[in-house]
Design a protein around this ligand. Structure first.
Ligand SMILES: [Zn+2]
Ligand SMILES: [Zn+2]
Length: 131
């Protein structure tokens, strides 16, 4: 069982089990949502996540997905693809983010130039999550 939450502490969650995959996402939507060069995501079944304090605000960032974040402090927490039994949790919002190890960089065509060489030992995937 892992625990996490937002910057201000108003939204807390637990997540059960081991993630299917952990990736750094360099897509433009993650960059805009985070105000940062990339977001690191861990993928779990929908049933693995439970909000234990507060409830997140959400924003539909595309036809297929919602982004959930703290409405008070803005921390990005969850990417929820409604048609799939899966959601992604921001690794940096976990209380112990170093417990998970990213396996790939995805959407690398929009990786920012100043990130050159970042995690160069990982696989690069131009599009979506690796299988
Ligand atoms: Zn917050
Ligand atoms: Zn992304």
């Amino acid at each position: 069982m892992r625990e996490g939450g937002c910057l201000c502490g108003e939204v807390r969650y637990t997540v059960e089990g081991e993630p299917r995959v952990v990736v750094h996402c360099h897509c433009r939507m993650c960059q805009k949502a985070a105000g940062a060069a990339f977001l690191t995501w861990a993928t779990f079944p929908v049933s693995a996540l439970r909000y234990t304090r507060g409830q997140p605000a959400s924003y539909r960032s595309s036809v297929r997905a919602l982004r959930e974040f703290c409405g008070a402090c803005g921390s990005q927490l969850v990417f929820r693809v409604e048609a799939e039994d899966g959601l992604d949790i921001t690794v940096a919002s976990l209380d112990r983010p170093d417990d998970l190890t990213p396996a790939a960089n995805i959407w690398t065509t929009s990786r920012r130039a100043f990130m050159h060489g970042f995690d160069a030992g990982l696989d690069d995937v131009e599009g979506d999550w690796p299988d």
